[in-house]
Ligand binder design. Sequence first.
Ligand code: LLP
Length: 420
Amino acid sequence: MHRFHYINGQLHCEEVPVREIVRKAGTPLYLYSYNTLLDHYRQIEKAFSPVKALICYAMKANGNLAVLRTLAKAGAGFDVVSGGELRKALQAGANPRKIVYASVGKKTGEIEAAVKAGILFFNVESEQELEQINAVCARLKRRQQVSLRLNPNVDPHTHAFITTGHKASKFGMDLKTVRRLLASHRKYPWLILGGLHVHIGSQILEARPFREAIRKALGVVAFARRKGIPMNTLNIGGGLGIIYNKEEPQTPADYAQAVLPLLKRSRVKVILEPGRYIAGNSGILLTRVLYLKESHGHRFAIVDAGMNDLIRPSLYGAYHRIQPVLQPKQGGKTIATDVVGPVCESGDFLGKNRKLPPLKAGDLLAVMSAGAYGYVMSSNYNARPRPAEVMVRGRQWKIIRRRETFQDLTRGETLPAFLR
Ligand code: LLP
């Protein structure tokens, strides 16, 4: 459920006509619904309330400060993956005691900053990283909780680029390594091995692979406890899938129902790291049709947003619904159209072979479900300034990131003296 809907034939975000926003803020434009973000967060919080789970929003999905602040105020924690995300989360008002930090490549400075900030857990991805965190903590004389990240070797049946929990993936450690590290926990006197972490991938539609991963993880928790380690937390990662097109994903309630019995039995504190579920359907990308053309029997709508603005279709072949901002007539004629951007790459498209009403230059299109892994993955490729971002709450709306300017494009560049 989200709050982008037609009223009198015009697409609205919450109570504001999208056209009104575009008139002032231009295109391409990312538009987020405050209340959808909150709804989705609360659905997960409610589903897992029987174990009072800590929901650490995976801010890699959408890291705008206003989005972070919305969730921080609702009580969310944050899953961060870099020193930059840590700083942004803190700037947005995150409680450091609700921050978990995952990444296969944490740099020493990043580890130091996180220890000093007093984060809840590092999710540790290798033995060398564990040693490094221990060394930093020794230097700072700070004790720190860590979770070992188990690679449980399960197949979540999702896109190859977003599966993380099978054997060939760079993420986490195999069972043998995790057990060995737990058995040698005394080598890390500054660390409390209080948690275990599993995250098997993203856009997962069914509970089965989650259950399988959790079952394996709980076996490790039991092993740790037998070794005298007071392991009391299981972080079950993110990965809940959403509806982009015709998917029928499990709801948070279905997911909870499938895994809560396992979790309750083992009396662990539960952490979740959902990103896409919270942000995905809370945002859309608005774009304007520049030109139409036919070529070799193909109809193209060339729009002002491209792969640099939303890379998911090009990178993963991901499907995003595309709909006109002015609702087409019921039963009206549609034409199979490729919606493509201005970037000089054949892979630059937002949607192929879409049934759209006859479009004309100037029409506005909404690319749906673009709130997660949209703006955060945008770039300046082809020297294209990045879009603006707007948040709507009820009748109010505000630009929460200004559109980049041409000055922004050369910010940080210098001409060396030998070229003057
Ligand atoms: N926790 C960890 C350790 C992760 O690696 C991820 C996502 C999440 C949580 C959040 O997963 P989510 O709930 O959003 O599925 N750019 C890709 C998705 C990459 C996901 C990376 N890790 C896409 O656009 O589909």
